[in-house]
Design a binder for this molecule. Structure first.
Ligand code: ARG
Length: 284
């Protein structure tokens, strides 16, 4: 069957649904402390983590996303935070190299998955925690440093992807990954510029100046919403899956015409992660 010009134009306009990678929290627990959210002395409820994760998974499926799964590995309790497994644009997967020894085996596990699924894998030399610290916003990559990813990895990113990389310095240990301090709201399309939401106090002065200049229309979230990892959200440009407890963020998104969808990941918050942490976008 061949399409007429009008038909193919209509097909072109259908927004493409995101492809994401997730990892079931089968072995989730908090057995070490590598961020201030983690208290290994307190028991965790893996069944609760599983059912909350399932609701995030089912939300994505309901939105029509292409949800891919990587097999969880016993002994890697943080593997559920798939965002840290790498960074993927243009079918190129830049692998992760974790800061802490506890998470280091996750790097190769994710790279194996990327290879097996047809991605061009670049093995990293520099410490970086993938989409936890790297966010594609329009034409640029915002890249966090200060707690986890080394700024040398930012230079590597620029070389691999041929895009401008903007380094941002994180200063608050509670917001140790960029995706805990910045949410991407929409990419640029049809004259609408890409936009973000962020927590100003998570950045040093020069980085804050960069954010203010580049995103004058950004959503500024409250400390309360950031404290439930409200910024750690996933947007397809219209629907934005957020922490259900981030009420003011939800209100601000609604006012701007987005469709916020709240999900409760309280058990996974005890590892220091939320919606976005559990989600790695696969851009082919
Ligand atoms: N316990 C994990 C860590 O500290 C949580 C990772 C959260 N992931 C994220 N993309 N922010 O490394």
């Amino acid at each position: 069957m061949t399409l007429t010009d009008t038909e193919s134009a209509a097909v072109d306009q259908v927004p493409t649904k995101p492809s994401v990678l997730m990892c079931r929290p089968t072995y989730f627990t908090v057995s070490y402390r590598i961020n201030p959210w983690m208290f290994p002395e307190l028991p965790t409820d893996t069944d609760l983590a599983l059912s909350q994760w399932q609701s995030l998974h089912d939300t994505y499926v309901g939105l029509g996303y292409d949800v891919n799964l990587i097999e969880p590995v016993e002994g890697l309790p943080d593997m559920v935070y798939a965002a840290n497994g790498g960074f993927v644009i243009d079918n190129i997967a830049y692998g992760a190299k974790f800061t802490h020894v506890e998470r280091q085996p996750e790097g190769p596990a994710y790279m194996d998955w990327f290879r097996a699924n047809g991605f061009d894998v670049r093995v990293p030399d520099d410490i970086n925690e993938g989409e936890g610290d790297f966010l594609l916003v329009g034409d640029v990559i915002l890249a966090g440093t200060g707690f986890r990813s080394a700024s040398s990895s930012h230079k590597k990113l620029a070389r691999i992807y041929g895009r401008e990389v903007v380094t941002l310095n994180l200063v608050n240990p509670n917001f140790y990954h960029l995706d805990t301090a910045v949410a991407v709201l929409n990419q640029s399309s049809e004259g609408r510029p890409a936009n973000i939401a962020y927590l100003p106090s998570a950045f040093d002065r020069p980085s804050l100046d960069i954010l203010r200049t580049r995103y004058p229309d950004a959503v500024i979230v409250t400390e309360e919403d950031a404290a439930v990892l409200g910024l750690n959200s996933f947007s397809d440009g219209q629907n934005i899956v957020i922490a259900s407890r981030a009420l003011d963020f939800e209100r601000q998104l609604r006012e701007r015409g987005y469709n916020p969808i709240g999900v409760d990941l309280s058990e996974l918050l005890r590892g220091g992660g939320g919606v976005k942490c559990c989600t790695l976008e696969l851009r082919r």
